[in-house]
Design a protein around this ligand. Structure first.
Ligand SMILES: [Zn+2]
Length: 112
């Protein structure tokens, strides 16, 4: 799925594509249960952050932080929630969720 999204960016067919950075692509989430939900997809197909060569790894983390800052500012987040999951989808990516006061109450106990 993440591989497909990356391929879609590279051939110009991913409507969620926002921005290319050196080590990854920024895409807006295809659901917006949390307003501003954004993903940062690694360009390299690796399973884990530690699978990236060290120089690319450092750059990738730094760029992920830049994406987080941009999303926080664009959506006036009170807190960013960031996770790298993908148990069934082994292409390194980051889910970035801007969070707002009171949104837990709106979304119940489901955590995110
Ligand atoms: Zn992939």
């Amino acid at each position: 799925m993440i591989c497909d999204r990356v391929t879609g960016i590279q051939n110009g067919t991913n409507p969620y594509f926002v921005k290319e950075l050196e080590t990854g692509y920024v895409v807006i989430g295809d659901h917006q249960y949390f307003r501003g939900y954004t993903l940062f997809l690694a360009k390299k197909h690796v399973r884990e952050l530690h699978d990236l060569p060290i120089a690319i790894r450092q750059k990738h983390l730094a760029e992920m932080a830049i994406v987080s800052e941009a999303v926080a500012q664009a959506f006036s987040a009170e807190k960013m929630n960031i996770e790298s999951l993908g148990n069934g989808d082994a292409h390194l990516h980051w889910d970035l969720f801007p969070r707002y006061a009171g949104d837990l109450g709106h979304h119940g106990q489901n955590g995110k």
